[in-house]
Design a binder for this molecule. Structure first.
Ligand code: FAD
Length: 135
């Protein structure tokens, strides 16, 4: 890309922070930097004309892990690690809601459901038995 002198001077010089990627993590990072350093020059670089990652393509569920997902996590992490992970996800959702506002993100609290197909009967029963422990 050929940049003019003015483009280089305006956007790409004297940058204090450069964030790579304009997904939900990159933009929240840039926002946190702006709040902490109001005068800093923050550059967000995105490889696509629109964000190319999962943030603009996902299902939009405000979730912190279904029963089977948490049980899968427990196969590789201790209970304490999984508890902390869920805690971070929950706090992240609160932060997102506080930052953007429920109206702007059309937040609706319907609880969570996990669907099992008939061939997954065994998995369903395992999950069902573990629900009390997870809660
Ligand atoms: C199909 C699907 C459904 C999902 N559903 C949900 C859901 O319902 N609820 C939920 O909470 N989560 C869901 N997720 C997960 C969630 O979308 C991701 O965890 C989240 O979007 C990740 O955000 P991110 O900013 O880390 O990454 P991304 O959104 O992937 O952003 C990374 C950005 O960096 C850019 N980039 C990468 N490399 C470079 C480079 N070298 N230079 C410049 N730019 C670069 C990419 O183009 C991209 O825009 C889903 C994910 C998928 C794939």
């Amino acid at each position: 890309m050929n940049l003019s002198y003015w483009e280089q001077q305006s956007w790409f010089s004297k940058v204090n922070y450069c964030v790579i990627g304009s997904g939900i993590v990159g933009l929240n990072c840039a926002l946190a930097l702006r709040q902490k350093y109001p005068k800093a020059k923050i550059l967000v670089l995105e490889r696509g004309q629109l964000p190319q990652g999962a943030s603009t393509k996902n299902a939009g569920f405000a979730c912190y892990g279904s029963v089977s997902e948490l049980l899968a996590d427990l196969e590789h992490h201790t209970e304490e690690e999984v508890f902390n992970l869920v805690n971070q996800r929950y706090k992240g959702l609160q932060l997102l809601r506080n930052t953007l506002g429920d109206k702007a993100i059309d937040y609706q609290q319907y609880g969570g459901y996990e669907v099992f197909l008939n061939p997954d009967q065994k998995r369903f029963e395992e999950c069902y038995q573990q629900m009390k422990r997870l809660n």
